[in-house]
Ligand binder design. Structure first.
Ligand code: HEM
Length: 197
């Protein structure tokens, strides 16, 4: 095992490095930027992921920790993107994220917030399909206040949280589970029959 970084956010980075690389490869294998049809399937996965996370983004206990948490959720943007793309929104699925502990919840939110960093690259590619942060690729848009700043503020709060060793371990499990879930949703979005898109 490599050394364990001192900061929680860096430990989460470390344990999700391999799942991120695998997911990145899987996204690319589906060529979401080749056609709007393919991109719409990617947005279906993003929407389902954000819809599962929405209760966490609105959880009063979590909002007490991350004050702008509710505004960070992108379920609504993803839903609007689907409408822009002429794609019916799928019914939200019941995922594995049920009544998570604080650590677990923060691990999931870490992944969702971190995905806004990669989105900076993705939105540039979406532009070639005629999409933007005001049409079809809203959920990849720059958050209010900027990507880097939003991420810095989130990780500062995450790193400053006083968690027990058990809750820390739960955060790592949560982050790994979030990647597994996105991977599953992506496969689902590209596997389902044409009526979805
Ligand atoms: C659902 C979760 C995630 C998805 C679907 C996702 C997807 C992607 C994809 C497809 C790329 C490649 C962009 C390109 O090169 O065109 C990327 C890059 C990137 N992602 Fe993620 N990502 C996720 C979570 C995260 C998390 C948790 C972090 C940070 C903690 C992160 C940080 C980055 C960064 C910094 C890049 C830029 C290129 C690099 O350094 O590899 N992502 N992401």
């Amino acid at each position: 095992m490599p050394d364990r970084p001192a900061l929680r956010s860096q430990r989460l980075n470390q344990v999700t490095h391999a799942p991120h690389a695998e997911l990145d490869a899987l996204v690319k294998a589906h060529a979401p930027f080749d056609t709007r049809e393919s991109f719409a399937r990617f947005v279906v996965a993003q929407y389902l992921f954000q819809a599962e996370l929405q209760p966490l983004y609105n959880d009063p206990d979590l909002v007490a920790i991350v004050p702008d948490l509710a505004q960070r959720c992108r379920a609504q943007q993803a839903l609007l993107d689907l409408a822009d793309l002429g794609t019916q929104a799928p019914a939200a699925l019941r995922g594995p994220l049920q009544a998570p502990s604080l650590g677990e919840a923060m691990g999931w939110i870490f992944v969702s917030e971190g995905s806004k960093l990669g989105a900076a690259f993705l939105i540039k590619r979406a532009a070639a399909l005629g999409l933007s942060d005001s049409f079809g690729a809203r959920h990849l848009g720059e958050p209010l206040g900027g990507r880097a700043e939003g991420w810095k503020q989130f990780t500062r709060i995450l790193d400053g949280l006083d968690l027990t060793a058990e809750e820390d371990a739960a955060a790592e499990r949560g982050a790994v589970a979030a990647f597994a879930r996105f991977t599953e949703l992506l496969k689902h979005a590209y596997a389902v029959d044409a009526q979805l898109v």
